[in-house]
Each structure stands twice: as C-alpha cells, then as structure tokens.
Design a protein around this ligand. Structure first.
Ligand SMILES: NC(=O)c1ccc[n+]([C@@H]2O[C@H](COP(=O)([O-])OP(=O)(O)OC[C@H]3O[C@@H](n4cnc5c(N)ncnc54)[C@H](OP(=O)(O)O)[C@@H]3O)[C@@H](O)[C@H]2O)c1
Length: 314
C-alpha cells in the first residue's frame, strides 16, 4: 500500500502528512528539537498560541530559513487560535500576535483550537476557577468565529484555515459555511475515531492526528491525579509483536498504522533519535491482517487521553 507523503490542499499547496508536534517542551529544548527535526526532514510544524512557545519555534525556523524565500516555501507552519480568542472581534488580534511571535510574514494554516471558548482575560490563556476548572464561556458563537477565521484569508497572510476538537455535528455546521482545510483531532490505536474519519473522508477533509503516540506525559499526569488507567500505547503487546516482525519500533508501527488509515500525524519528541525514527516511515508496510488486528484494539471514546473536561486535574 503506497502512502502519500503529502495532503494536496486547495490551490495545490502540499501539507506533509508527518509533522512535528511542539506541545510540552521548554523553549530551550524546543529550539534544539526543531533544529533536529529540520535536519531529519520535517517541514510541517504544529504549534498553538496556547502552548506559549510560538517565539521559540519561530526563532528556530527563522534561523533555518536564513532569509531565503525558497526555504520558507518548503515549510508548512501551523498555529491555533486559543479558546480565549473564540470571539469574532478578537480573531484578528490573536492571529497578528501569533504571526508576530513566530516572526513570519504568513502562516500556512491557522486552526480554531477548540469549538468552546474560555473567558477572555488579557494575558491569561488558561483562566481557571478557584477549584482548578477552566473558566469556560458558554456564549461562543462557533459559526461567527469560523467566519472571522475565514476572513483572515483575505489578507493573504494565511493560506489555509482549519479546525480542531470539533464533533461531527459541529463539523457539518462549519462545512455549511465553508469546508475546513484540515481537521486536527486525537487519533491513535486506542482512540481510532472511525466514525469521524469516515465523515471527514466523505467531506474530503484531511485529518491530522494529534497525540498519535498516546501523549505519555499527559497520560501519566492524568493517571496519577484521577486514578484512571492509561495504557502505554508503545508497550501494547500487539504493537510490540508487529514492530518485531518488521524490525521497527513500536512508535513507527503506531505512526505507520495512522498513515495507512489515510490520516496524517504530528508526533512530538525532544530526543534526536526518536525525532528521526518518527519520520522514517516510508519503506515498510503493515499487512492487511496486521491492520485488521490493530483495528480491534480501539476503545472508542474510552481510549481518549486529551479529554478537556479533565482540565481540573492539570
Ligand atoms: N489540537 C489539539 O488540541 C492538540 C492536543 C494535543 C496535542 N496536539 C499537537 O499534537 C502533538 C503531538 O501530541 P502529544 O505531544 O500530545 O503526544 P505524542 O506525540 O503522542 O507523544 C509524545 C510523547 O511520546 C514520546 N515519544 C515521541 N517519540 C517517541 C518514540 N519514537 N518512542 C518512544 N517515545 C516517543 C515523547 O517523549 P520524548 O520527547 O522524550 O521523545 C513524548 O513523551 C503535540 O505536540 C501538539 O503539537 C494538538
């Protein structure tokens, strides 16, 4: 089974199916990791205003671009509107601040991070109630925010716009205005999103999997605080067995499985060997029977790790 290396977007732009995730790394570590990722061949970089690391990512990318427009064109840079910015009048300001911190003239993709909003408190991207839960603003007008994001394209400073963390009903409502260029959701072997992938495929929307390796750092924190069980995807016996059969690592099997399902992925690593490993996915192939076996591991919603309703524990 041939796996394409790119999604081809409207206008012919190419978004690499494997990108580099940047959540949960200190600025210093991130700058070094991004340089390693560029050397390993990554060209798609995923950040978000909410990760508070756009400036560090921007410094590493700007160094690599070195003022060469041809180099900038090789990159596919994605950032996201934070939940506190989910108000039509605030969208341009948040967008401009992201672009400025990244030190770029334009973005390849701007994504609505969540369909829900936090209260807008200048300088506080993660406003919390005294009990630790997020200060959610229930008055969000999803469609009005989406229209404001779409309008950004008129400036020529963003080439594509997408969404993240929406459910099927929300996705259909957004599509009635204009189809997102990309849908970024949690997808991995325990949370396979079969229904959503079917719908997005019918609608012709590329899916990019976040937490494709199971976001171990987040899973460990949540397990310690909630007492829930979060299996380590990389240690699942079925994944280990298939990895051994192909002389590959468990992470490579998980990522290749994602690709063979037609889904892109943005694994995060700060380790040079793992960074290299996570993009070396092209010269092996999972068999039909391995794909079927992996399909049975799905736990549906129960396999979700990045559950925003658990923010009270973070
Ligand atoms: N749209 C959204 O709401 C949303 C939500 C979550 C994440 N994201 C994006 O998706 C990206 C990826 O998700 P994630 O960071 O949650 O988790 P992930 O990529 O599933 O997992 C990252 C973890 O796996 C480890 N790891 C990476 N490669 C490995 C390998 N080859 N072997 C063993 N361990 C490996 C990393 O440790 P080391 O660093 O030590 O290698 C890190 O602890 C994020 O960084 C972010 O850009 C988006």
């Amino acid at each position: 089974m041939t796996v394409e290396k790119y999604f081809v977007l409207q206008g012919g732009d190419r978004m690499p199916r494997i990108g580099f995730g940047t959540w949960q790394a200190s600025d210093e570590v991130l700058e070094k990791s991004v340089s390693d990722a560029l050397s390993a061949g990554y060209r798609h970089f995923d950040t978000a205003r909410a990760y508070e690391n756009e400036a560090a990512l921007g410094r590493a990318l700007t160094r690599w671009i070195g003022g060469e427009q041809t180099r900038r064109k090789e990159l596919f840079v994605v950032t996201k509107l934070p939940p506190g910015g989910n108000r039509p009048d605030l969208v341009p300001e948040y967008f401009n601040n992201s672009l400025k911190d990244l030190g770029l003239d334009y973005l390849d993709m701007y994504i609505m991070h969540t369909p829900f909003a936090f209260e807008h408190i200048p300088g506080d991207l993660h406003p919390k109630n005294p009990d630790g839960s997020m200060r959610v603003d229930l008055s969000t007008d999803l469609i009005a925010v989406w229209k404001a994001i779409l309008k950004l394209k008129e400036s020529g400073r963003v080439r594509h716009v997408g969404v993240s963390n929406v459910n099927e009903e929300q996705l259909r409502r957004l599509c009635a205005v204009e189809k997102p260029a990309c849908l970024q959701i949690e997808v991995h072997v325990l949370c396979q999103q079969k229904s959503m992938i079917g719908i997005a495929s019918e609608l012709g929307i590329p899916i990019v999997a976040y937490s494709p390796l199971g976001s171990k750092a987040l899973a460990d924190v949540l397990a310690a605080k909630t007492g829930r069980e979060y299996p380590d995807l990389l240690s699942l016996p079925i994944v280990q067995r298939i990895a051994d059969a192909h002389s590959r690592t468990a992470a490579q099997v998980l990522l290749r499985y994602t690709l063979q399902r037609g889904v892109g992925a943005i694994p995060k690593s700060t380790n040079p060997a793992r960074i290299q490993q996570n993009i070396s996915l092209w010269n092996f192939e999972l068999t039909e029977s391995e794909l079927k076996e992996l399909s049975t591991v799905d736990r549906g919603e129960n396999g979700r790790i990045c559950d925003f309703s658990l923010s009270i524990y973070l």
